[in-house]
Ligand binder design. Structure first.
Ligand SMILES: Cc1ncc(COP(=O)(O)O)c(C=O)c1O
Length: 372
């Protein structure tokens, strides 16, 4: 038996006919760039998140970058985020001309540690981007409290947290803008690239509509210098089909996480992911922590089990961000996690026997390394 990290073929097979019909419909109407299929998906996406509006864009990086631009964040400004995230979070900050400022993550939830925020705030700070890492939201109330005290915007990076909840509210719906990626492997993935911003703010929605389409207010009338960040019609139509299944897929991920937790319970060498009391985790990534991770990752691969690392190098230690002046030791929790995180296979279609095999092999390897 092989256990892939992700199985998109198995994911799409049960809804293949619905997906093919959606593609045919777009081909027949030829609404390929933006247009009515994207608009219909936007309506459903906003409703799903409990937000007033959704604005479809090209990918999650666009969603973050255009939101920052639309809020007027630029050169000379600072935006606070975490070093334990995908590069895109910080890239979006850099690409609007601002400077990323990192704060460490919490050792239990792996989300932004709000206790560390105050120290990172300067007169140049304009916004905070908590990242809902792995499918669990950050603890938002203390973040909002700090933002209110200092007059800062809160933009959610919800790229890994489609359908996750914080105190009953959906990820993405709490900040001024909630940014989603629909990269194929996400809990809600396109069959290509796509992203969206959800918001309650009409002004932000209007600005994003203009920015994503070359700054146009009507054809060939450019009110702003914008960009081409439209969502494809085909992706809008496919995402609308897939959104109907998202709640069930998230349930399946949660059931898989429970199975892993049962089968790996009591293994001293492992730290399992913990669901915070404040929310509902949707397990985009099931990351355990283990010392001496790299040989275990290789040994799992030799046994036909594909694991991953999210992420092996925190952003403050990336070459691209050397100029920010951080060092090893600047963010000890993120650094420890980068050394120890091991992402186990996780997707809705993962079978209980596959989970059993992953757990068995992992435990076997940990016992063997202890004996050695
Ligand atoms: C936390 C986070 N932020 C941003 C992004 C960027 O999204 P995209 O790849 O759609 O541009 C991703 C996607 O991988 C992500 O995981």
């Amino acid at each position: 038996m092989q256990v892939p990290f992700l199985d998109l073929k198995a994911h799409h097979e049960p809804i293949r006919e619905e997906l093919e019909a959606a593609v045919r419909e777009v081909m027949e109407s030829a609404a390929f760039a933006g247009g009515p299929f994207v608009a219909r998906f936007e309506q459903d996406c906003a409703a799903f998140c409990g937000s007033a509006y959704a604005i479809g864009v090209g990918n999650g990086t666009d969603a973050l970058w255009l939101t920052l631009l639309a809020l007027g964040i630029g050169a000379g400004d600072e935006v606070i985020t975490v070093p334990m995230t995908f590069m895109a979070t910080a890239e979006a900050i850099s690409f609007c001309g601002a400077r990323p400022v990192f704060v460490d993550i919490d050792e239990q939830t792996y989300e932004l540690d709000a206790n560390l925020l105050e120290k990172a705030i300067t007169p140049r700070t304009k916004a905070i981007i908590p990242v809902h890492l792995f499918g669990q939201t950050a603890d938002m109330d203390p973040i909002f409290e700090m933002a209110r005290r200092h007059g800062l915007r809160v933009i959610e990076d919800a790229c890994q947290a489609h359908g996750a909840e914080y105190k009953g509210r959906k990820a993405g719906s709490m900040g001024i803008g909630g940014c989603f990626s629909f990269y194929p492997g996400k809990n809600l993935g396109a069959l290509g690239e796509a992203g969206a911003v959800v918001t309650h703010d009409e002004e932000l929605k209007n600005k994003l509509h203009i920015l994503r389409d070359h700054g146009q207010v009507k054809k060939y009338h450019h009110a702003l210098v914008g960009w081409n960040a439209r969502m494809d019609g085909i992706q809008g139509a496919l995402l609308r089909v897939k959104l109907k299944h998202l709640a069930a897929w998230n349930e399946a991920r949660r059931a898989n996480a429970r199975l892993y937790a049962q089968q790996l319970a009591g293994v001293e060498e492992l730290i399992l992911p913990a669901e915070a009391v404040y929310g509902r985790h949707v397990y985009h990534v099931y990351a355990v922590r283990v010392r001496n991770r790299d040989p275990i990752l290789r040994a799992m691969a030799n046994r036909g089990i594909a694991c991953g690392i999210h992420y092996p190098i925190p952003l403050h230690l990336q070459e691209a961000y050397r100029f920010l002046g951080y060092q090893k030791g600047s963010f000890p929790v993120a650094e420890r996690c980068a050394d120890e995180f091991l992402s186990l296979p996780m997707y809705p279609e993962l079978a209980p026997e596959q989970i059993g095999m992953v757990a068995r092999e992992l435990k076997g390897l940990l016992c063997a390394s202890e004996d050695a």
